[in-house]
Ligand binder design. Structure first.
Ligand code: PMP
Length: 425
């Protein structure tokens, strides 16, 4: 069933570290051979062995309308003939910035970069430059990319591989990254108090997606917002996963809380390598060439990447019903999974907001990294492989959210619920 993927994985390991270009792809937590993907269309992935899978990863978020969405493919095709890069400004970059501002009203200025890591790294540098302070607060199990400052108690692959200290990150850099448990407002208040006048920024995934899907409890983000206002701290929402997915205006709109800076990633490139950071004018004006906080990129605002993201965001803006449809589909899946799991003797909990969802094998509420880590990872592994054999591609780690795409049919969702039922029966 996986023979060609197995061959390719052996071959890949001869020339690519661990056979993969990003660690979570290695199936290390769940074991087995990562699938080598040949192509994808709509809600389905096709591997090199010709197997078809219902895709719940959606390239880790961006494929909101499904893979190879025709208008996006066409827009890229047309654009690419004009050249793949100029390294000079284009009108399309203005259109992109204007479109994002129209969807996210509290973004005054926005700068394009080429990945979520770059977006978050730049936002932190900017917050430090703006405030003249060095320390940042991040939350255990949140992942903001692989820049040095973020590799302290990080989620996603860092948690999946159980890496406590990342070699190569200096103790000096790590000392400036303070951490708290997600959803623990009192701990944040204490940390700010203990480091009064020294905290430049608090960065958070407003809905965490890198330790499974974890929702902010009522009052958590609101409390941090007030704290940041009182202490002159820059509040950064990392919306790399949630931006343009939870609502046209992302988590800010869905939760009704404004950040000072927002970071975006893969979604705004429709799967092309794009990221961005934006926010309040007074802060953003510190960035070069307006200010001396230096940040740059040869491929930033790349025309092919821009047209892909622009086409996706335009569709999302023009058709707000997409968000309602995604919500309905994910709620349907949630209900179906709940029914089959509750009828079994498996201990579980399901977290969901909008089209982000995850199943945790444990009875307790999963509200932060330690409650996520206390779940039965062995059971997740068996579930993952059972689902894979049933033609369903889930994230290969219990510490990742599932992402629904709007190409999924109710038949696909029923198949997923039935496969879960077969797992627990
Ligand atoms: N922030 C969040 C919330 C993410 O989920 C990710 C990656 N999944 C990043 C930042 C880093 O983005 P990238 O992998 O594009 O560098």
């Amino acid at each position: 069933m996986y023979s060609r993927s197995q061959q390719l994985f052996s071959r890949a390991q001869q020339s690519i570290p661990g056979g993969v270009n990003s660690p979570v792809r290695a199936f290390k937590q769940v074991g087995g051979t990562p699938l080598f993907i040949k192509k994808a269309k709509g809600a389905y992935l096709y591997d090199e062995d010709g197997n078809q899978y219902i895709d719940y990863i959606a390239s880790w978020g961006p494929m909101i309308l499904g893979h190879a969405y025709e208008p996006i493919v066409e827009a890229i095709r047309e654009k690419v003939y004009d050249s793949t890069s100029y390294g000079a400004p284009t009108e399309l970059e203005i259109e992109m910035a204007e479109l994002i501002k129209s969807m996210v009203p509290n973004v005054d200025l926005i700068r394009m970069v080429s990945s979520g890591t770059e977006a978050c790294m730049s936002a932190i540098r900017l917050a430090r430059g703006y405030t003249g302070r060095n320390k940042i607060i991040k939350f255990e199990g949140c992942y903001h990319g692989h820049a040095d400052s973020f590799l302290v108690k990080a989620g996603s692959g860092v948690a999946t591989f159980n890496i406590q200290t990342v070699p190569g990150v200096t103790a000096g850099v790590s000392a400036d990254t303070l951490t708290c448990a997600y959803n623990d407002l009192a701990a944040v208040q204490q940390l700010v108090e203990a480091n009064k006048g020294e905290v430049a920024a608090i960065i958070v995934e407003p809905v965490a997606g890198n330790m499974g899907c974890i929702l902010p409890q009522p009052g958590f983000l609101e409390g941090i917002r007030s704290l940041c206002d009182a202490e002159g701290i820059v509040f950064i929402f990392d919306e790399v996963m949630t931006g343009f997915r939870l609502a046209p205006g992302g988590a800010q709109e869905k939760l009704g809380i404004n950040a000072d800076l927002v970071t975006y990633g893969k979604v705004i490139g429709a799967g092309m390598p794009v990221g961005a950071f934006g926010g309040k004018r007074a802060i953003m004006e510190c960035i070069a060439p307006l200010g001396n906080v230096y940040q740059a990129g040869t491929l930033s605002g790349n025309p092919v990447a821009m047209i892909a993201g622009f086409t996706l965001l335009n569709e999302l803006k023009a058709k707000p019903e997409i968000f309602a449809q995604l919500e309905e589909k994910t709620a349907y899946l949630h209900k179906g999974l709940d029914e089959v799991l509750s009828a079994s003797n498996v201990e579980y909990s399901i977290n969901r907001l909008g089209s982000m969802i995850s199943v945790h094998f444990g009875k307790h509420a999963v509200v932060d990294f330690s409650t996520a880590a206390a779940c039965n990872i062995e059971q997740f592994k068996t579930y993952f492989h059972h689902m894979l054999r049933s033609g369903i591609y889930l994230p290969p780690s219990a510490y990742e959210s599932w992402f629904l795409n709007n190409a999924l049919s109710y038949e696909d969702l029923d198949k997923t619920i039935q496969a879960t039922n077969a797992f627990v029966s």
